[in-house]
Write a new protein. Structure first.
Length: 379
């Protein structure tokens, strides 16, 4: 497998680079961060992205999407990571679209995929219930009642949960906390009166919400995928999320590395450019090689998702583990090599650091994924 982009994907990359530099550079993110709009992103910009086919980037053309697959989604996410672009792309176009396209019934596809592609409908995936990612530990209950279920429970760190129109909730229909069997995914309207959503400000100034559901009645039609067998679908959705989030972090890491090496070449101390010091050169060279490995791991995971979705989970874990380490190293080194001033608000570096800090925790940090990889390999 060649770990390079094809011509079409390169064109998408060029288009994304130009568009985001003009419409959604870091300055636009700063404005959102400082003015704290209720949505947490710019709706007009999101609709423009949708018009360019980005909202439906992985959605097949028959459902109104642009059918670019996960490599296409990663190409966009990487450029968004470079610009710190805030949008519902991850929650809706990656998590929501993957859930419906891979595991939805024909009816669910017809009802949702075109609305995702047009930018009309926003989605959020509600998985975790505690401070750390753990998709098996689900206690959110779905009790059988009448010809459907009653949903009750609480979810944490739901990306874009407060603005989503539809929620995909992982609930327990049987088994005990920690069992992977007995989990079922439900697709529900987010504005039901039984659902209370509270936005939780995060250090990266992005959107997340705590969600409490109390006695929401749904029919069997709300099930996405198999009853009791939703864990496999959840793993697939999370894999897609992990790979695309890795692509975003990779973009952020590459951007701060570029800014840092520029700084090393211009900042003078002790009468010379600080980039002439061997100590800093070694650190920059180490980072450059780590970044190359990270880029390869990310592209491999995206290509695996496109080629064989059901078996891509481990390379997505590899990408998330590697990217979690390298993006953190890159942003920390950026602050250090800027002599500490990288944390000041005048510099963008600190904003990348904060975004990477949150993104690397989401859906499993480097420790979680290294452990998963090791266990799966029989260590
Ligand atoms: C303009 C500028 C220039 C700088 N230049 C340099 C430089 O030249 N050299 C250098 O080494 N450093 C530099 N720095 C970095 C800075 O001076 C300190 O190194 C850094 O702020 C650590 O300080 P601290 O140990 O007091 O920790 P703090 O900044 O106070 O906190 C460190 C961490 O602990 C957390 N924390 C603090 N208190 C609590 C609490 N009560 N409970 C829970 N968590 C808590 C904070 O949230 C943070 O995550 C610079 C910073 C700036 C802004």
């Amino acid at each position: 497998m060649l770990l390079i982009l094809n011509e079409e994907q390169e064109m998408l990359q060029d288009a994304a680079r130009g568009f985001l530099a003009e419409k959604a550079p870091v300055a636009a993110f700063r404005k959102i961060r400082d003015s704290k709009p209720a949505d947490g992103f710019c709706r007009e910009l999101w609709l423009e992205m949708a018009q360019m086919g980005w909202a439906g980037i992985i959605v097949e053309e028959e459902h109104g999407g642009s059918g670019f697959g996960y490599v296409g989604a990663g190409v966009l996410a990487e450029q968004m990571g470079r610009n710190l672009t805030a949008s519902p792309f991850f929650s809706t176009s990656v998590l929501g679209a993957t859930a419906i396209q891979q595991f939805g019934t024909e009816k669910q596809k017809e009802e949702n995929l075109a609305a995702i592609s047009s930018g009309e409908s926003l989605f959020a995936l509600a998985v975790d219930e505690g401070p750390r990612h753990n998709p098996g530990r689900i206690t959110f209950s779905a009790e059988p009642s009448g010809n459907g279920f009653t949903l009750s429970g609480a979810k944490t760190f739901v990306a874009d949960g407060h603005v989503a129109d539809r929620l995909i909730i992982a609930a327990r229909t049987s088994g005990e906390e920690g069992d992977t069997h007995g989990i079922t995914l439900f697709l529900v309207d987010a504005d039901a009166p039984e659902i209370v959503r509270e936005r939780t400000p995060m250090v990266d100034s992005r959107n997340a919400a705590n969600i409490v559901v109390d006695g929401l009645e749904v029919t069997g039609d709300a099930i996405l995928g198999e009853l009791d067998g939703g864990y496999g679908a959840l793993e697939g959705i999370l894999s897609a999320g992990r790979a695309v989030l890795s692509a975003e972090m990779s973009g952020s890491a590459q951007q701060v590395f570029g800014v840092t090496t520029d700084y090393l070449k211009e900042r003078e101390q002790f009468g010379q450019k600080i980039g002439s010091f061997q100590g800093l050169q070694h650190r920059a060279a180490h980072l450059a090689t780590e970044i190359e490995m990270m880029k390869s791991a990310v592209l491999k995971s995206l290509k695996d998702l496109d080629a064989d979705f059901d078996n891509a989970g481990m390379t997505c874990s590899l990408a998330k583990a590697k990217t979690g380490q390298v993006a953190q190293l890159a942003t920390k080194e950026a602050i250090q090599m800027h002599g500490g001033i990288g944390v000041t608000d005048e510099y963008d570096v600190g904003l990348y650091f904060k975004r990477v800090h949150v993104a690397q925790q989401m859906f499993g940090d480097a420790g979680f994924h290294s452990d998963r990889w090791a266990r799966n390999s029989g260590f």
